[in-house]
Structures are given as structure tokens and as C-alpha cells.
Design a protein around this ligand. Structure first.
Ligand code: AMP
Ligand code: TRP
Length: 342
């Protein structure tokens, strides 16, 4: 990175494969809103990634609007950041093909997200699901983005993007053409928010695809639903410890404390200084109140925006034009470097 001379640029995306949850908010959207004031930002809706597993076309359209509305409701300003849907900027797909020829099978074979998503029957997974991380590298490098705010689960994909950038630069003798993008995983206060876990199992991440509705707090959940889910959240019988070390080996307690810390803008130590020695009978209602406090305004704004797809469409088309204006000349340079005729 040190030798790369281009501008600092932030890019990230969220798959349009379902409604967003608290993990997406803390791992991604909240960081997006903060970063837009610091650097040039591109935030897109990964609809091409979403179709690596089956999506009903009508539902995909609705989800794309829903996630666009979620970005805006979380405070991403379309006048500042560039917001668009991936499929509207064809440079992503063009660069992805070239990167398919740079990445090695052995690299993709190591990707744990593919293994998790494909499950036991990997013969039946789509080819797109397998090359998913290559498209992700193209998403980032087609803007020569230098920083990528994501949750911890994306760390391995970011390493692959760096490997692809380095191999392209090396193979074509185009030194420092692509930057080696850096993940921005940590929240403002240590690791809180980087990895929010399921409310039903502190060892698996909060995920849209969790079969249990109670595992996940969605941005669209109303106050009662949020309070009920937190009340039902799995815990252990011990009171909260007074120091973060006391959370070791207590994944559910650690997760709830981490959520409180990330939302209140402190660290685990601050939360435990306040709640150490208390049982979950006290902590859970306090947590529910905090989550409702932070999520309810986002939820209300999300509902308002979602009811206006015309407006959202305008935002996305404008964003796509601004994005293409940056990406197209970069793809033109790549094609020249590779040896394609112009
Ligand atoms: P996805 O919904 O898989 O497209 O993820 C969108 C963004 O949210 C990515 O930056 C993920 O790293 C982040 N993310 C997803 N689930 C979680 C989670 N449970 N905790 C923290 N970040 C998450
Ligand atoms: N794979 C990411 C996820 O599941 C979504 C994504 C696609 C992405 N392309 C990206 C994130 C580029 C950051 C940069 O969360």
C-alpha cells in the first residue's frame, strides 16, 4: 500500500439477499455513515452476489429497495457517498472475468464462506457461489478502493482481494496499478460490533439465513419484538462479571455485552463497570431499551423511504452514473494492460 500513489477511497457492499439485522448495522452500516465524512465513499447493493443462491425476482427487487432504504436510514447521505446497485455498473462484471483468470483454484478452495454456504452438497452449488470472492475483489478494485469497512466474517475475502491485486500487478508488470485494499473491521472502540452473534447461540454469527426468527434482531423489528427477542436470548445463570476477562468462555454473555458496548459507544469494560455483579434480569431490560432507542428511529425512516421506490430509484441511478464515471476508465486501463484491442 505504501507505494500506491492513488487517492484514498472507501468501498463496501451488502448482499440484497434479505432484510438487514443488527449485525449488518454494527458491522457495516454504522461504519459507512461515519466514514462518509472522512473519505470518498462508494456503498453499493450487491445484487449480483445475492443471486449466487436462488432469489425470487420480485423479492430481489423489493430487497434491493429495502437495503437502499436501510443505507439512507442509517445515515448514509447520497449527496456525499456514492450509492448504487452493482448490476447497474457493468465494469464490475468485466473486471471480475479478468480476475477469474488471475485468481487460482487453490485460493478459492480455501474460502470458508463457500464451504459454509454450499454445505455438504457442493456439487449442486452454483458456480457463481464459488467465484463469489473474485467478483468481490472486482467490486473493490474497479474503483481502486484502498479501505473496505466490513464485519469480521469478510476478512478472508479481503485477503483474497489483496492476493488478486498483487498477482495482477506482478504478472502484468504493472507495479502499484492496484492498491492492496485494507479491511476496516474494528469499531471505534476495540472489537465491539465486528462480529455480532446469534441470540440463540453465542458461537454462531447473527445471520439473515438463521432458521430461528429469535436469533436475529432485524432493523425493521418493532419495539415489542425487539424486547421479546432479547428477553428470550440464551444466557447462562451467572451474574455479569466486573471485568471483560470474566466473559471468557461465556459466549452469550459476551455477545450481549458487546451489543450494548457497540450501541452505547463504549467498550465492554464500560458496560461491565456499570452492570458487573448484576443478573440478566436487570441487564436484559436495559439492553432492550438501548436497542429500541437506537433502532426505532432507523426503522421508522426505513419504512418511510421504502414506501417511495421512485425516490430510491433516482438515488441509485444517479449513484450508478457517478460510479461508472470512476470505474470505466480503470477497466479501460486494465484491458490495455492485459493486451485486449481497444
Ligand atoms: P451480508 O449480509 O453477508 O452481505 O453482510 C453485509 C455486511 O454486514 C458485511 O460487512 C458483513 O461483514 C457484515 N455482517 C454480517 N453479519 C454480521 C454479524 N453477525 N456481525 C457483524 N457484522 C456482520
Ligand atoms: N461479501 C460481502 C458480504 O457478504 C458483500 C460484498 C460483496 C462486499 N462485494 C463486496 C463487501 C465488496 C465489501 C466489498 O458481506
Amino acid at each position: 500500500m505504501s507505494e500506491y500513489q492513488g487517492p484514498t477511497r472507501v468501498l463496501s457492499g451488502v448482499q440484497t439477499s434479505g432484510k438487514l439485522h443488527l449485525g449488518n448495522y454494527l458491522g457495516a452500516l454504522k461504519k459507512f455513515a461515519a466514514l462518509q465524512h472522512e473519505m470518498e465513499c462508494f456503498f453499493f447493493l450487491a445484487d449480483m452476489h445475492a443471486i449466487t443462491v436462488w432469489q425470487e425476482p420480485e423479492a430481489l427487487r423489493a430487497q434491493t429497495y429495502n437495503i437502499a432504504a436501510s443505507y439512507l436510514a442509517a445515515g448514509v447521505d447520497p449527496k456525499t457517498a456514492v450509492i448504487f446497485h452493482q448490476s447497474a455498473v457493468r465494469a464490475h462484471a468485466e473486471l471480475a472475468w479478468i480476475f477469474n483468470c488471475v485468481a487460482r483454484l487453490g485460493w478459492l478452495d480455501r474460502m470458508t464462506q463457500f464451504k459454509d454456504k454450499a454445505g455438504k452438497d457442493k456439487e449442486r452449488a452454483s458456480v457463481g457461489l464459488y467465484t463469489y470472492p473474485v467478483l468481490q475483489a472486482a467490486d473493490i478494485l474497479v474503483y481502486k478502493a484502498t479501505h473496505v469497512p466490513v464485519g469480521e466474517d469478510q476478512k478472508q475475502h479481503l485477503e483474497l482481494s489483496r492476493d488478486i491485486a498483487a498477482k495482477f500487478n506482478h504478472d502484468f508488470g504493472a507495479e502499484h496499478f492496484f492498491p492492496l485494499p485494507e479491511p476496516l473491521i474494528k469499531g471505534q472502540f476495540g472489537n465491539s460490533g465486528a462480529r455480532i452473534m446469534s441470540l440463540r447461540d453465542g458461537t454462531s454469527k447473527m445471520s439473515k439465513s438463521d432458521p430461528s426468527e429469535n436469533a436475529c434482531i432485524f432493523l425493521k423489528d418493532d419495539a415489542d419484538t425487539i424486547a421479546r427477542k432479547i428477553k428470550k436470548a440464551k444466557t447462562d445463570p451467572e451474574p455479569l462479571p466486573s471485568e471483560p476477562e470474566g466473559l471468557d468462555g461465556r459466549p452469550e454473555a459476551a455477545n450481549l455485552v458487546g451489543i450494548y458496548a457497540a450501541l452505547s459507544g463504549g467498550g465492554d469494560a464500560d458496560v461491565l463497570a456499570e452492570f458487573g455483579g448484576q443478573g440478566f434480569g436487570v441487564f436484559k431490560p436495559a439492553l432492550a431499551e438501548l436497542v429500541v432507542d437506537k433502532i426505532a428511529p432507523i426503522s421508522a425512516e426505513l419504512n418511510r423511504l421504502e414506501a417511495d421506490p421512485g425516490y430510491l430509484h433516482g438515488v441509485l441511478s444517479d449513484g450508478a452514473a457517478r460510479a461508472a464515471a470512476i470505474a470505466d476508465p480503470i477497466v479501460r486501463d486494465v484491458k490495455k494492460i492485459v493486451g485486449f484491442l481497444s
